[in-house]
Design a protein. Structure first.
Length: 202
């Protein structure tokens, strides 16, 4: 019979120990791993899916799949990288299914969960006394969201991982299973494309 753990007992445990306990069937340990990583996962998914509601649904599906396959996690990467890979694949599956039922305009229906909006709340408060600056920043966010939406899925994924999530080339290369030189080339192309779009917006 597996030992029962209280959530408070697991808060200060190392990730490797939590993974080991999860692989032994301790659900509380897996819950702690999710608690440490799920916010970033949802943020990434919201960027990709343009909807916080869809992001939470896909994140939940990814979490269930991760728990069912936790015994296959060999520890060669961080848990977050492994979970990110599962979530990314689920997001791709979701987008493929959605493309059969929605037209392109539906991509802009839900902007309430956009991390670009959420992460800027502090900055917005600082800009309240400067309405001109606030308008400029608002226009820039709108332009960035439009520009990201015009990238291909493959290039948008790389921009989100490298520029927004701040992942290393090694991590992204591992997740996408592409050589680093290819990754750098795609990111360079994405940056040039974004720059051209933003330049036209001026």
């Amino acid at each position: 019979m597996s030992k029962q753990y209280k959530k408070a007992e697991l808060k200060n445990r190392e990730e490797t120990e939590l993974v080991k306990l999860s692989q032994e069937g301790i659900l509380a340990a897996f819950d702690e791993l999710l608690k440490r990583n799920i916010r970033r996962i949802v943020g990434m998914l919201t960027q990709m899916l343009k909807s916080e509601t869809d992001a939470y649904d896909v994140a939940q599906t990814a979490a269930v799949k991760a728990y069912r396959s936790i015994k296959n996690f060999n520890g060669t990467s961080q848990f977050y990288t492994w979970l990110y890979t599962i979530a990314l694949n689920e997001a791709r599956n979701f987008l493929r299914k959605e493309s059969k039922h929605r037209n392109q305009t539906s991509l802009n229906d839900d902007t309430n969960g956009d991390p670009l909006e959420k992460d800027s709340h502090t900055a917005d408060r600082a800009l309240v006394s400067d309405p001109v600056r606030q308008a400029q920043v608002s226009d820039l966010r709108t332009s960035l969201k439009k520009a990201l939406a015009q990238l291909s899925d493959a290039h948008r994924e790389i921009v989100i991982m490298c520029d927004i999530e701040g992942m290393s080339y090694m991590e992204v290369s591992q997740i996408l299973q592409v050589p680093e030189p290819t990754l750098r080339s795609r990111l360079h192309y994405a940056h040039r494309y974004l720059q051209s779009i933003l330049k036209d917006e001026r």
